[in-house]
Design a protein around this ligand. Structure first.
Ligand SMILES: NC(=O)c1ccc[n+]([C@@H]2O[C@H](COP(=O)([O-])OP(=O)(O)OC[C@H]3O[C@@H](n4cnc5c(N)ncnc54)[C@H](O)[C@@H]3O)[C@@H](O)[C@H]2O)c1
Length: 286
């Protein structure tokens, strides 16, 4: 019986991962700040044949992680897999949005993942086995324009995970950075952005995704079995990363095209705000 801890398991990808492991008969700790969603996930896990328990955790708090560690010791006396999945989103140009949003997203997306790893590495070393899945994003590999703070946290999670991958390999501990592209979850609901078009954009790319949360969970499940360093599940994501590495000229051209589109949209937005719409949209005269 595998013992699997998943942060952010009250919703979206975390819930899908809980259900994937439940199908294998795993015992799952559903850790989240959202206790209502966590309880819902637990009953879904039980219906899928798994067992589990919920634990209130804010991934930003070292003390909360220590408390969770104590509970894991008393309930399981060991752990097989820790999935550091809890995350939030921002979307802004570098000069926009509140500066405080940088602290918010770094504390959850980066330091929350690092704290999860720090808390459970000694237990895994003592056992001589274990695996971490750190949920990054394709954003952390490609770094598209207008998402600087989100991209920065996800690139840092990739860096953290790659560092740990080799550091912990001699101890029998696996580490995988999961790097999906966009797929539909509740991530957009708490997203912080000053750009009114950003949420519409996210909605559109959620809709266009070839994969859903269950597909991503399946890819992650298989990646853990093979101890893959990076799991990049979207086919379009794999193509884009291939271009970035091996055909940078084309990749850079695509990024610049995207940035120019964003510049045009920003100019239109500013002109509308100042009531100068005709100068941007054209007034029919040469
Ligand atoms: N949905 C996407 O398109 C996408 C793409 C790439 C990566 N990701 C990553 O997948 C992960 C899961 O996100 P999701 O898309 O399922 O979104 P989601 O909003 O559906 O789920 C995120 C979960 O994290 C929890 N959470 C937020 N802050 C927390 C905190 N401080 N402590 C504990 N729990 C907290 C939320 O309560 C929620 O249950 C995130 O790390 C996200 O960045 C998502």
């Amino acid at each position: 019986m595998k013992k699997v801890l998943i942060t952010g398991a009250a919703s979206g990808l975390g819930r899908a991962m809980a259900l994937r492991y439940a199908r294998e008969g795993a015992h799952i700790c559903i850790a989240d700040i959202n206790m209502e969603g966590a309880a819902e996930t637990l009953s879904m896990v039980e219906n899928a044949g798994g067992k589990g328990w919920i634990h209130e955790l804010d991934v930003r708090s070292e003390e909360a992680w220590n408390q969770l560690h104590r509970e894991v010791v008393s309930r399981w006396n060991g752990i097989d897999i820790v999935i550091n999945n809890a995350g939030v989103a921002t979307g802004d140009r570098i000069e926009d949005g509140d500066w405080a949003w940088w602290d918010w997203i770094i504390d959850i997306n980066l330091k929350g993942v690092a704290l999860g790893c720090r808390t459970f590495t000694p237990m895994m070393k003592q056992q001589g086995h274990g695996a971490f899945v750190n949920v990054a994003s394709l954003a952390g590999l490609l770094k598209a324009p207008s998402m600087s703070s989100y991209n920065a946290t996800k690139a840092a999670v990739v860096a953290l995970s790659e560092t740990m991958h080799f550091e912990l390999m001699p101890y029998g501990i696996g580490v995988t950075a999961l790097c999906p592209g966009f797929f539909r979850t509740n991530l957009n609901h708490g997203m912080k952005t000053s750009d009114p078009d950003m949420l519409k954009f996210v909605d559109k790319v959620f809709e266009a995704s070839a994969l859903d949360a269950d597909d991503i969970a399946e890819a992650a499940y298989k990646a853990v079995l093979k101890n893959e360093k990076i799991c990049n599940p979207h086919p379009a994501g794999r193509r884009a990363y291939f271009f970035k590495k091996y055909v940078p000229f084309l990749f850079n051209k695509g990024m610049l095209k995207m940035a120019e589109g964003l510049k045009k949209r920003e100019q239109q937005r500013k002109s509308f705000a100042t009531g100068d719409s005709q100068s941007v949209m054209g007034n029919g005269k040469a």
